[in-house]
Design a protein around this ligand. Structure first.
Ligand code: PLP
Length: 236
């Protein structure tokens, strides 16, 4: 199956999931998770109509920016970002989805101020409370949103979550529901530089359930590009 065919199939599944729960399919954006896929694959996904691309690693982002791989679509950063690499990401992407610590918020704010811009971000929630994953605990989000005024060069657009990997439908429903509730909670306590209209959750294995729980952006890699070849990547 070609990338274009895969994107069309994912779109059809998104639409079916939205309609099944009475949502307008246009409310949900498709972000292509492009890690380990080259510029040519990224271009095919954009030509097939994905709404944006999400990159995980700074090095890959920088290389593909240099190749103009994302022309025609916004690019987001969706991986763990070390504070010493913020310069390579702030101002280069439309949205940093994966802000997972207060230290990183501070570093992004400082770099955005230096560049004279406002950087849009999402707060990443470690909703499954997995030791292997970064992200804020759900209960840290409200206090952080209340402090958003401390970061004048950041605009918090919403939340992002990576729940445990799931293979069967229904497995992550409970986590998606928690994210939905958290979004409702923070919407009630909004600060000027916070809007919570973006809820980024759902991947190849579980996006219909995420859509049923209010996701406004799914991040899909495997279902668009096929399985990632980790062996090939490590031998490079
Ligand atoms: C790789 C990745 C995805 C996509 O995962 P698939 O299961 O391949 O769809 C989504 N979000 C993040 C943060 C990722 O790193």
């Amino acid at each position: 199956m070609s990338i274009a065919e895969n994107v069309a199939r994912v779109r059809a599944e998104m639409e079916a999931a939205a309609l099944a729960c009475g949502r307008d399919p246009r409310e949900i954006k498709l972000c292509a998770a492009t890690k380990m896929n080259d510029a040519d694959a990224v271009r095919q996904a954009i030509a097939a109509g994905v709404d944006c691309c999400g990159e995980n690693r700074v090095q890959e982002l920088t290389a593909k920016l240099r190749e103009n791989a994302y022309e025609g679509a916004p690019v987001h950063f969706i991986g763990h970002l070390q504070t010493n690499k913020v310069k390579q990401v702030v101002g280069k992407v439309d949205l940093i989805q994966s802000v997972d610590s207060e230290r990183l918020l501070e570093a992004i704010d400082r770099e955005a101020a230096r560049q004279g811009i406002v950087q849009s971000i999402l707060l990443e929630v470690n909703i499954g409370e997995e030791a292997s994953k970064s992200g804020f605990r759900a209960e840290e989000i409200l206090p952080l949103v209340e402090k958003a005024g401390n970061f004048p060069n950041i605009c918090i657009k919403g939340l992002m979550a990576i729940p445990p990997i799931s293979h069967n439908s229904g497995e992550n429903l409970n986590f998606f529901q928690k994210m939905c509730n958290l979004t409702v909670d923070i919407t009630k306590k909004i600060e000027d530089n916070v809007t919570v209209d973006c809820l980024s959750m759902g991947m190849s294995g579980d996006f219909p359930d995420a859509i049923a729980c209010g996701s406004t952006m799914i991040r899909v890699g495997t279902a668009i590009f096929g399985a990632r070849d980790y062996a090939k990547a490590s031998s490079k």
